[in-house]
Design a protein around this ligand. Structure first.
Ligand SMILES: NC(=O)c1ccc[n+]([C@@H]2O[C@H](COP(=O)([O-])OP(=O)(O)OC[C@H]3O[C@@H](n4cnc5c(N)ncnc54)[C@H](OP(=O)(O)O)[C@@H]3O)[C@@H](O)[C@H]2O)c1
Length: 256
């Protein structure tokens, strides 16, 4: 990677880059950049890195195994991620999901739901960002992009609340880091198939029902999200910061 860095490639760090949306982002950005993907499952990450590296014909994607809800693991992951280049150009906070059981019979279960989804979505983003802040490129070109959800605008209780918490966090960061030439934005997708997000809930009927919510007659794909992230990570988006960009095929009409 050192030689690659000398050739002018940037370093992109993607949490949850082994599957779904994160994989598509890694695959898209690895065309031009070196990429570190972080996740908890070693096998999944290694297979993802190998598949992309094979497509490109160069070892540009590197896996780092860590549970990003654990501060010590985040410290390790941040140090590992930054080693090759010393500088991180782009951070994509993508790790997360709806990990709380559906329904709650009492206040204890309700409390667990909210704590679980807050922990699973807010901590990986906030901890990894703060661990990588000293390494982020200053003076122009630095990018922080966080994946939230349509749920932050229209519901889904504990999951939507956890994702929504990242919007003011991101806005505050954009204000702080603007003078350093770092842009900070959120991408909030609607329904995206071909991910592990829905687990056992994913059936052909579920897919059709979710796809019908969009105005363009189909559900979203990880590649759709990767296209928006690629724009925000690239040249030409320098003046876009402090924004929440929704990508949902019009399922939610331009508000928020
Ligand atoms: N699919 C959708 O319809 C949709 C819509 C809106 C927003 N989103 C959001 O998009 C993001 C990507 O989700 P996806 O749909 O692509 O689902 P996914 O395939 O389940 O991807 C989530 C990724 O995050 C990693 N991850 C989760 N918790 C982690 C942790 N504590 N530490 C490190 N890695 C962790 C997972 O890998 P490991 O399990 O190996 O750690 C996995 O690779 C999530 O933030 C999700 O909330 C998804």
């Amino acid at each position: 990677m050192t030689a690659a860095y000398e050739m002018g490639r940037r370093l992109v760090v993607i949490s949850g880059g082994g599957t779904g949306i994160g994989y598509a982002i890694a695959d898209a950005l690895a065309d031009d950049d070196d990429v570190v993907i972080i996740g908890r499952r070693s096998q999944v990450l290694t297979a993802a890195a190998e598949a992309i590296n094979e497509r490109i014909g160069e070892p540009r994607v590197r896996p780092v195994v860590a549970d990003l809800t654990d501060p010590k693991a985040v410290e390790y992951a941040a140090a590992e991620a930054a080693t090759a280049h010393g500088v991180v150009d782009v951070l994509v906070n993508n790790a997360g999901g709806n990990f709380a059981p559906h329904g709650a019979d009492d206040l204890t279960q309700l409390s667990e739901q909210y704590v679980t989804n807050y922990r699973s979505n807010v901590l990986p983003t906030v901890l990894l960002t703060h661990a990588l802040l000293p390494h982020l490129r200053r003076g122009g070109g630095g990018r922080i992009i966080t994946i939230t959800s349509i749920a932050a605008f229209r519901g889904n209780a504990s999951y939507g609340a956890a994702k929504a918490a990242l919007h003011p966090w991101s806005a505050e960061l954009a204000t702080q880091l603007g003078p350093d030439g770092i842009t900070v934005n959120v991408v909030a997708p609607g329904y995206i198939g071909d991910t592990e997000f829905y687990r056992e809930r994913m059936t052909p009927e579920f897919h059709q029902a979710r796809s019908r919510q969009s105005l363009i007659g189909r559900g979203g794909t990880p590649t759709d999200v990767a296209g928006v992230v690629r724009y925000l990570a690239g040249h030409g988006s320098e003046f876009v910061t402090g924004q929440v960009i929704q990508i949902n095929g019009g399922a939610l009409l331009g508000r928020g």
